[in-house]
Design a protein. Structure first.
Length: 103
C-alpha cells in the first residue's frame, strides 16, 4: 500500500517495489535471461525521468516511443510517468508510412 499522502499512480509502482525489496527480480528477459532488480529499475526509471525533463519535456506532454520487447522500454515508460508525461507506444516493426499516418 502507498504511504499516507503518497500518490497512487502507475509511476510510483517502481518506487514502492524498490523500497520493499530492491534485490528482488523485477524483469527477466526471456530471450537473454538478463535479470533487472526492482532497485535497478527504480534507479534507471528515475534517471529516465530526469533525462526527459532535462530535454525540455513538461508534465502533460506526449512521448512517442517505438517499442521493443526489452526492459528498457519499461524503464522509459515509468520514467515518462514519473515526469508526468503521456507515453504513447508503437511497435518497432510498423512501417514508416503507417507511423506517419498515426502520428
Amino acid at each position: 500500500m502507498p504511504r499516507r499522502g503518497e500518490a497512487r499512480c502507475l509511476g510510483t509502482i517502481a518506487t514502492r517495489a524498490g523500497r520493499q525489496d530492491p534485490e528482488e527480480a523485477a524483469f527477466v528477459e526471456a530471450d537473454t535471461g538478463r535479470t533487472v532488480t526492482f532497485g535497478e529499475f527504480e534507479r534507471w526509471s528515475n534517471a529516465s525521468a530526469t533525462a526527459l525533463c532535462d530535454r525540455g519535456l513538461d508534465a502533460g506532454d506526449p512521448l512517442a516511443m517505438l517499442s521493443t520487447d526489452r526492459v528498457e522500454i519499461y524503464v522509459v515508460q515509468f520514467g515518462a510517468l514519473k515526469a508526468g508525461l503521456v507515453p504513447l507506444y508503437f511497435k518497432a516493426y510498423l512501417k514508416p508510412t503507417t507511423l506517419a499516418k498515426i502520428l
